[in-house]
Design a protein around this ligand. Structure first.
Ligand code: DC
Length: 236
């Protein structure tokens, strides 16, 4: 079935979107859902993180008003979608480890409020949906990037639970975080992502909201798979 992305773009592939705040479990769930369905997966946060890394490396600060146009144009990001995942390169280099730092995450949240950054990434994100069936996760996948997605989810969880998940992730990486600081940063990031004027993080009107506060990853996946299968007519 051909899906209309906007007036000028069409794709023969199915798109499922998963949006929501940091720490709601989107990336893990999107990867698992994509693997189960044998779809490609787009982690759009990784794209914003990659742009942020490139800007930081070029000496642009997250609070700088202006991002030089030439600099933004010169940032070369290539995505290679694959079943259950994707490969991103920046100028031909694998930066998947560097983009996961806290510094790059905070910078991504600030740079992503800028129109020129969002514009740069729009076409890149849509191009993935012209290559394979797709589970796309981020903040504005259902509302802005893929408004005609067949199934849209918005995952939420209390800030405390999301901060606890993030805190445990940092501990596992060998860091020594303070839970209270992780919670404060989580709330600050939610505020920035929700209140920016461009593509703020809000559920698309036709998104199904899943509160993951008291659910295990397997339970979340079960709920989502059921809905996807019924929407796509895959239930026996
Ligand atoms: O999901 P994440 O933490 O990797 O995303 C990093 C930042 O990128 C997030 O704080 C906001 C921004 N982002 C965005 O503005 N739109 C998206 N679709 C995905 C991420």
């Amino acid at each position: 079935m051909t899906q209309k992305l906007n007036n000028s773009q069409e794709t023969p592939f199915v798109v499922i979107t998963i949006d929501g705040p940091a720490g709601a479990g989107k990336t893990t769930i999107a990867r698992n859902l994509a693997k189960r369905l044998r779809f490609c997966m787009l982690d759009s946060g990784a794209l914003y993180r990659t742009v942020a890394l490139a800007l930081l490396q070029a000496g642009v600060m997250p609070n700088d008003e202006i991002i030089p146009d030439d600099l933004l144009k010169s940032i070369s990001i290539v995505i290679e979608p694959a079943v259950g995942g994707m490969q991103i390169t920046l100028g031909g280099e694998d930066v998947s480890a560097e983009i996961r730092s806290e510094e790059v995450g905070v910078a991504a949240s600030k740079f992503s409020a800028k129109a020129e950054v969002r514009r740069k990434l729009l076409g890149t994100q849509r191009s993935v949906a012209r290559q394979c069936d797709l589970v796309a996760e981020g903040r504005d996948m259902g509302a802005v990037v893929f408004p005609f997605a067949r199934v849209k989810f918005f995952l939420t969880a209390s800030a405390e639970v999301r901060a606890k998940r993030r805190y445990e992730e940092l501990l596992q990486k060998g860091a020594r975080p303070l839970y209270s600081e992780v919670l404060l940063e989580m709330r600050a990031r939610d505020h920035r992502d929700e209140t920016r004027s461009l593509a703020p993080m809000v559920p698309a009107p036709d998104a199904t909201i899943v509160d993951t506060t008291n659910l295990t990853p397997d339970q979340i996946l079960g709920i989502m798979l059921e809905l996807v299968k019924s929407r796509l007519g895959l239930l026996k």
